[in-house]
Design a protein around this ligand. Structure first.
Ligand code: SF4
Length: 783
């Protein structure tokens, strides 16, 4: 952990610099770009019934959008206001009234006709609800009845048959911590969180490579670093205010490089609304793009390292930071031998990048004195996600880009609360403060005063799959308690997911809104509990940003939803009902008590106990983790890890498909049109030459299909690496295979090979091969 403290926000240059403009034509007239003013007015209109409260949330609360992190309208990176349309879109979740009774208690089939966007717009869940098999409507029940039913069911099953999940919609550290403690208190380690499907490999890889589980640096390190690399990350879309930091970086001479199969328009040029010259003329963001194959990153990085080792042979000291490696890293020889055995032809084929282009990138990094690597789902959501990230760490270690100013490795997060979820212990592989290992179990048992179950808990995907195990299996999922989350829209193979959700005896959805998963039947009962938002949470709460800033968000005065409760209070009550004789061991009456306990349970969070007012913030770990190159590993050194090329299973003539985000906040869709390329949600981004080879015209109906499913869309020509296509997430999840998890971190595989055909020929073929599907219900057993 570092000694140096973050110095707080710095000033942005306000004099214009035409060198970075996209075009001298004002407001990007004629170009496809987001319409910030129009979108802001739309939000004002949407919130017009609750404007003063909306204003207070924006000016006093900590943003519940992405994890860039902002308290009120100010952050820790730059002076000046910080606001974006993602935050404004999410705002309505906080200000809208409850769902009208006649809609909430309408026929379930009527509700099921709605998609998650329609359901979200209905309003907030007002009071506890229940629905049993055969009942076609939600029934109102009391809190007592709801919690007693849940507690009694939990008491009747083996704790291994119980699983908890917490998403990241505005959830606070206090809630994650209490949930993690509750799960262990009632005997289960099956507790997981939303980072399982986003950055779990980042944590696993950084831990094994350099001993940390979070960003090693700050956003301020972007500003003035020699090279800033976005790898599989469209920060301009998913963390919009980051473009302001990118603008500041460009003004300091930083080179920005993007590595991604698609040349993302948002990373090419952006009109930053709060910076006058950028708002008018746009800012060229990326200096260069490396359009790598989906899954080709390991090969690309091996190629870069191969160049470095060759450069070193010719001219020692020209490519690597020998001092840093000698003082702070293990495994150079092993890595060198591994890399030297790599075959250029294979590296080029796998990565899709030529040897010459790899040399350009290798030379750029070798000549840079500082560098920051930022990445997202393009690197993590693979069955080799952990290896991808360890490769990034290899590059950073070889260049000595760790533990000092303008250097670092940063898994940039997309959900405001998610960084804290694992750190608070809402994760099957960790307890607060450290891993789920003997030493930490022993330590936490002393702090908590009760025995922690010793068996390994399951990740959420496996817990859900356990619902279809035989009835008498010890891990058959019988109670699934989820705070938020929509598994039908975030996990591969939605049909199978539905079957899993239906096979659970009792499902509890603790949430602020309904989504399509809430409406799925359960074997015995679906119970819905109305949760409070972070701004309603009694006594306020904290959340941790990507750069490890722990922000306090106060309780904000305003209208309240009928019976919604603070989520940590619900967990405390449930604990008392399941284990009344030990309820004093999990008994919080105020958020302050939880924060005081967190400070002891996770020593990195020492300081959280002092947060109590609007604007209070501290950064755990100091400005740089691994400061001075000292890593919190066993021997204090980073580990260079040789990584094998993954086997990419793409038969000739097929494509790799990946997913991308449009105007959405995680799985919540805010527009059918992508503001950066005007694509709609069913457009398939395909290289024009690939399309023409298949006789596919622009805008023509096409079918993307494989053994898992069929996606009907429209071809949209795009500047993407040939052989790689993109579909929007989560619509494209029907193409993904269930049960394929990355072996170290458990993230599902979100990329797969597919065939692409004109709809016309696909349907004609299907007609000739049409075989009537068996309908078991219509089949009569011969008597
Ligand atoms: S960039 Fe992220 S943290 Fe900042 S206002 Fe937008 S959603 Fe909130």
């Amino acid at each position: 952990m570092g000694k140096t403290k973050h110095n707080g926000p710095i000033k942005l240059p306000m004099t214009p610099d035409p060198k970075h403009w996209v075009s001298p034509i004002p407001f990007g007239l004629g170009k496809v770009k987001p319409k910030h003013i129009r979108d802001t007015l739309k939000v004002v209109l949407e919130n017009r019934d609750n404007l003063p409260y909306a204003y207070r949330i924006l000016t006093q609360g900590v943003c519940d959008g992405c994890a860039l992190g902002v308290s009120g309208l100010y952050d820790q990176t730059l002076t000046g206001p910080h606001l974006c349309t993602t935050r404004l879109n999410v705002l309505r979740l906080n200000t809208m009234p409850a769902i009208k009774g006649e809609i909430l208690h309408a026929d379930i089939d009527e509700l099921r006709k709605m998609d998650s966007t329609d359901l979200r717009k209905l309003g907030r869940i007002p009071y506890p609800l229940s629905r049993k098999p055969g009942e076609n409507k939600f029934k109102r029940i009391s809190w007592d009845e709801a919690l007693n039913k849940i507690a009694n069911k939990i008491k009747s099953i083996d704790p291994k048959q119980l699983a908890f999940f917490l998403t990241a919609r505005g959830i606070t550290n206090e809630v994650y911590y209490t949930a993690g403690k509750l799960a262990r208190f009632i005997g289960t380690n099956n507790i997981d969180n939303a980072s399982r499907i986003c950055h779990s490999p980042s944590k696993t890889a950084l831990k094994r490579s350099i001993g940390i589980g979070a960003s090693s640096c700050n956003y301020q390190d972007w500003i003035g670093t020699d090279v800033l690399i976005f790898w599989g990350s469209v920060a301009a879309n998913n963390q919009p205010v980051s473009t302001k930091y990118m603008y500041a970086a460009k003004r300091k001479g930083t080179k920005i490089i993007c590595i991604n199969p698609y040349r993302e328009p948002a990373m090419d040029g952006y009109w930053v609304p709060s910076i006058p010259d950028s708002a008018l003329f746009g800012t060229k963001i990326a200096d260069d793009f490396y359009q790598v194959n989906i899954g080709g990153d390991i090969a690309f990085m091996n190629g870069v390292m191969k160049h470095w080792f060759e450069m070193e042979k010719k001219n020692p000291g020209s490519a690597l930071d020998h001092n840093f490696i000698r003082e702070h890293a293990n495994g150079l020889e092993n890595l060198r031998n591994h890399i030297e055995n790599q075959d250029w032809e294979q590296l080029e084929k796998s990565s899709g990048i030529s040897k010459e282009r790899m040399l350009e990138f290798a030379t750029l990094l070798a000549k840079s004195k500082s560098g920051v690597f930022v990445w997202s789902m393009g690197l993590t959501q693979h069955r080799f996600g952990t290896d991808n990230i360890s490769q990034v760490a290899n590059l950073a270690i070889l260049q000595g880009f760790i533990g000092r100013e303008h250097c670092g490795v940063m898994p940039i997060r997309g959900h405001s609360g998610v960084q804290g979820s694992g750190e608070m212990g809402a994760d099957p592989f960790v307890l607060p403060g450290s891993d789920f290992d003997e030493e930490n179990i022993d330590r936490m048992e002393k702090i908590w005063g009760f025995d922690i179950p010793k068996w390994q808990g399951d990740i959420v995907g496996v817990s859900l799959e356990n619902a279809v195990l035989p009835e008498d299996h010890e891990r058959k999922l019988k109670v699934f308690y989820t705070s938020g989350g929509n598994f039908l829209e975030t996990m591969p193979d939605p049909h199978f997911m539905k079957k899993c959700l239906e096979n659970v005896d009792v499902r509890v959805h603790q949430d602020i809104i309904l989504n399509t998963s809430t409406l799925v039947d359960a074997k015995e009962e679906v119970i819905v509990l109305p949760a409070m938002t972070r701004y309603e949470q009694r006594g306020g709460g904290t959340s941790t940003s990507t750069e490890r800033m722990v922000y306090f968000s106060p309780e904000i005065k305003g209208p309240r939803i009928e019976e919604a409760r603070s989520e940590w209070e619900i967990y405390v009550e449930l604990a008392a009902l399941v284990k009344p004789e030990q309820k004093h061991l999990l008994h919080f009456t105020e958020g302050e008590q939880i924060r005081a306990e967190i400070a002891v349970a996770n020593r990195n969070y020492d300081g959280i106990q002092h947060l109590k007012d609007k604007g209070d913030v501290f950064q755990w770990g100091g400005a740089w983790l691994c400061e001075g190159g000292i890593c919190p590993t066993e021997d204090g050194r980073g580990n260079l890890i040789p990584i094998e090329l993954p086997e990419l299973r793409k038969p000739e003539g097929q494509f790799y498909v990946t997913s991308r985000r449009g105007k959405q906040f995680n799985s919540m869709i805010y527009s059918e049109t992508d503001p950066f390329n005007a694509a709609d949600r069913y457009d398939v981004l395909i290289h024009p030459e690939d399309a023409q080879e298949h006789g596919i015209l622009e805008n023509e109906a096409i079918v993307v299909h494989n053994q898992q499913g069929t996606f009907h869309g429209k071809a949209k020509y795009a500047n993407t690496r040939r052989g790689n296509i993109s579909v929007y997430w989560p619509e494209g999840n029907v193409l993904l295979q269930k049960g394929v998890y990355e072996k170290f971190a458990g993230i599902p595989e979100y990329n797969i090979s597919v065939m692409v055909e004109k709809a016309e020929t696909f349907n004609a073929y299907k007609d000739t091969k049409y075989v009537e599907k068996r309908n078991e219900e219509l089949e009569i057993e011969p008597s």
